[in-house]
Design a protein around this ligand. Structure first.
Ligand SMILES: Nc1nc2c(c(=O)[nH]1)N[C@H]1C(S)=C(S)[C@@H](COP(=O)(O)O)O[C@H]1N2
Ligand SMILES: [Mo]
Length: 494
């Protein structure tokens, strides 16, 4: 190989490297531009991409991921969506740059327009789309690349460094601006709201009844778990919300937020548990919800088998119509407007059933004459039925006097918890645990606690009995597809 051709190959490689690096830096800046304007809302360009990722993931992988990866799976999925978005912008920036040279327009203009078009195409958001374009333009302009520019190593390095620096700058500004964005539903979380005396009273009662066990949540959760199919949650203003009642009904009807909040409200303690959580997992929580009984809103229900609840995020769940008899449409959680992540402005609560049918951001109730599958049923899960009974073991406290205190929560849906028993010898002998006083409500958990003198290393086992006298199933079963069962066991060292 002649000396000349080696240099040409090297310089071609360098140009390729430079183009790729600059395009990727432009991609990151475009993402940051979109985030700066949209924040973490559905107008953020990564949101539709994350939906595509979820839709394209095989059902078996989704089921496996929920069981083994849990929240990590959702985060990995979103990271993949972000990477794909950056990639799409990089391609757009690179194609735009090349095109610009053909037609003789400045490359940053065309690259910026190309990225804006990609963002707009994905989200339909004009301003956030333009901001993506501006982000990319800044990087391309800062890099100052012309295709036929100098190709010696130091020139290439300088261009890349400039592109990366510009991208980092746009990225930081975008990050700061974006974190301040968010719709009305976002702000409700932080806002100071007047909590009604009735709610104050109920919350106070729950605090008084909560057992003093360090390491477990009080009777009203401070950190309520969140599970949904979205990388970026819907952000819906209460003013634009409505609920349609459709299907096998005499008249289809429509209710808006004022219709709902204008009715007499009720406050209910309701516990939710996700069917996908491991036996001793933490996706079980309790809150005080304010809203309206579904039957108060709809009147008598038709005589059909089932109903489909649909939501803004294209989530849908089907369940027996009879379950709607006691169901609730909630617009407040612990005396505050429903937080965005929990379904703002309105969600459905169906007593005793697994979390998945408690549809958030609900928009439609369709009465069906025949059973069909819901979102998770299509993916092999079986989570529309009543919850399994469970006693969790979340605290093992070594007290100063040498005794050991164990504690947790127990939940049996609408059956209610009658007793929780603890064994400190691996299941040979059992003692009744001390239970928190019951909260008002038909679908609420209780806390349990047991303090004892340990003698050497031992196995603690807990099991609950529901108010129908049925013992928590002992058979050990993974969460997929019917929910985890078994008795929680933990080895305790003295
Ligand atoms: N619209 C919508 N509603 C939804 C979901 C969802 O993905 N989209 N996830 C369901 C699942 S699987 C559970 S366990 C509960 C969790 O409610 P939370 O996030 O308020 O705890 O919401 C349910 N409602
Ligand atoms: Mo769930």
């Amino acid at each position: 190989m002649s000396h000349d051709s080696t240099t040409t190959t090297d310089s071609r490689l360098r140009v390729g490297l430079r183009e790729t690096a600059v395009a990727l830096a432009a991609g990151v800046a475009a993402l940051a531009g979109s985030y700066a304007v949209a924040g973490f809302t559905p107008e953020f360009v990564a949101a539709p991409v994350s939906r595509l990722v979820v839709a394209a993931t095989p059902d078996a992988v989704v089921a496996w991921s929920i069981g083994t990866l849990g929240d990590l799976g959702a985060r990995l999925g979103f990271a993949l969506a972000v990477a794909l978005t950056v990639g799409a912008f990089a391609v757009a920036a690179s194609v735009g740059t090349r095109l610009a040279e053909r037609v003789g327009i400045s490359n940053w203009t065309v690259a910026g327009l190309a990225c804006a078009a990609v963002a707009f195409g994905l989200t339909g958001a004009v301003v956030a789309g333009l901001a993506a374009g501006v982000g990319a333009s800044v990087v391309i302009a800062a890099a100052g690349v012309q295709r036929r520019g100098p190709t010696d190593p130091s020139a290439v390095r300088r261009r890349i460094l400039r592109a990366v620096a510009a991208s980092a700058a746009v990225g930081s500004v975008g990050g700061v601006l974006g974190s301040r964005q968010g719709g009305e539903s976002e702000r409700t979380d932080a806002e100071d709201v007047d909590i009604s005396p009735e709610v104050e009273g109920l919350l106070g009662g729950a605090a008084e009844r909560s057992l003093d066990v360090s390491g477990i949540e009080p009777l009203v959760s401070q950190q309520f778990y969140q599970v949904d199919i979205n990388g970026v949650d819907p952000s819906i203003d209460a003013d634009s919300w409505s609920l349609r009642v459709t299907g096998a009904v005499e008249d289809e009807r429509d209710f808006d937020y004022d219709d709902l909040t204008g009715m007499e409200s009720e406050h209910r303690f309701v516990t939710l548990r996700c069917v996908g959580e491991p036996l001793n997992g933490k996706k079980m929580d309790n809150a005080l919800w304010t809203g309206v009984a579904v039957t108060d809103l709809l009147g008598d229900l038709p005589e059909e088998c089932c109903v489909m609840a649909r939501a803004v995020d294209d989530y849908f769940q089907e369940f027996p119509l009879s379950a709607l008899e006691d169901a609730f449409l909630a617009y407040e959680m612990n005396g505050r407007p429903l937080p965005r992540g929990h379904g703002h402005p309105v969600r459905l609560l169906v007593p005793g059933h697994w979390g998945e049918i408690n549809v958030k951001w609900i928009t439609e109730l369709e009465v069906l004459e025949q059973e069909v599958e819901g979102y998770w049923e299509e993916r092999g899960w079986n989570g529309t039925g009543p919850v399994e009974t469970v006693a969790k073991l979340h605290a093992v406290n070594h007290l100063e006097d040498g005794r050991v205190q164990v504690g947790g929560h127990a939940y049996a849906g609408t059956r209610g918890i009658e007793t929780v028993e603890v064994s400190t010898d691996g299941g040979e002998t059992w003692t009744d645990a001390h239970l928190s006083d019951e909260l008002p409500g038909d679908d609420v958990w209780r806390q349990w606690e047991h303090t004892y003198e340990p003698s050497g290393a031992h196995e603690v086992v807990v099991r609950a009995t529901d108010s129908e006298g049925t013992l928590q199933p002992r058979e050990e079963r993974d969460a997929f597809p019917n929910g985890a069962t078994g008795w929680v066991t933990e080895r305790v060292e003295p």
